[in-house]
Ligand binder design. Structure first.
Ligand code: ADP
Length: 207
């Protein structure tokens, strides 16, 4: 399995790039944001609980998203790999993800981190809010809370993977196509390294 984390602040283009990457590499896209929004649309108890946090621009509690990811991993046993988008967003989520992947005898191959300036993020999210129907994209105060949550709780997650030399930074400003090409180059390089240095998937484990 070849598993990727697409990392970056809200509005950095993770969703847009994920859609193209999963097609090219035959990966299963797991976006906790999308999973939560479908729970909200179905008005499940989980969705109703999550909405309270999302509408304030806060992170949903770890156990809720970890449970969702655990189910998604179990229900997709035969995929070529996963592309995680918007997960993990806290150190606790990163540790839980490693344990879950370890049980499947696999691990994260690379974290691709999209770098975008704060002014550009706010501009993009307000623009998206005009048509996305997402209540968390309309109000600048909520957008700033999401960026604040990212800076405080999510950015440190990159340090966790940096210890294992798994983080690659990519400039997230430019055309969608240019950024996609950069991401593909990094993935192709990592895939080559994995096949040369680590013939067994067990060896890719963080443990
Ligand atoms: P964006 O990255 O543009 O903020 P997402 O769709 O990834 O959009 O997430 C929307 C909201 O869903 C977040 O602001 C947060 O409240 C919640 N959420 C998504 N993923 C997670 C996660 N892994 N942990 C906690 N909350 C999450």
């Amino acid at each position: 399995m070849f598993n990727i984390i697409l990392f970056g602040p809200p509005g950095s283009g993770k969703g847009t790039q994920s859609k193209n990457l999963v097609i090219k590499y035959g990966l299963k896209h797991l976006s906790t944001g999308d999973l939560l929004r479908s729970e909200i649309a179905l008005q499940t108890p989980l969705g109703i609980e999550a909405k309270n946090f999302i509408d304030k621009g806060q992170l949903v509690p770890d156990e809720v998203v970890i449970g969702m990811i655990s189910t998604a991993l179990e229900t997709n046993p035969d995929v070529a790999g996963f592309l995680f988008d918007g997960f993990p967003r806290t150190d606790a989520q990163a540790e839980a993800l490693d344990k879950l992947l370890h049980l499947k005898k696999t691990s994260i191959a690379v974290m691709l981190a999209l770098d975008v300036s704060e002014n550009e993020l706010i501009k993009r999210l307000l623009h998206r809010g005009k048509s996305s129907g997402r209540s968390d994209d309309v109000d600048e105060t909520i957008i700033r809370s999401r960026i604040h949550e990212y800076e405080n709780k999510t950015k440190p997650v990159a340090d966790y993977y940096r210890r294992f030399n798994k983080v690659v930074h990519i400039k997230g400003e430019g055309s969608v196509h240019e950024i996609f090409e950069e991401l593909c180059n990094e993935i192709d390089n990592r895939k080559k390294k994995v096949s040369v240095n680590q013939p067994s998937s067990i060896n890719q484990s963080l443990y």
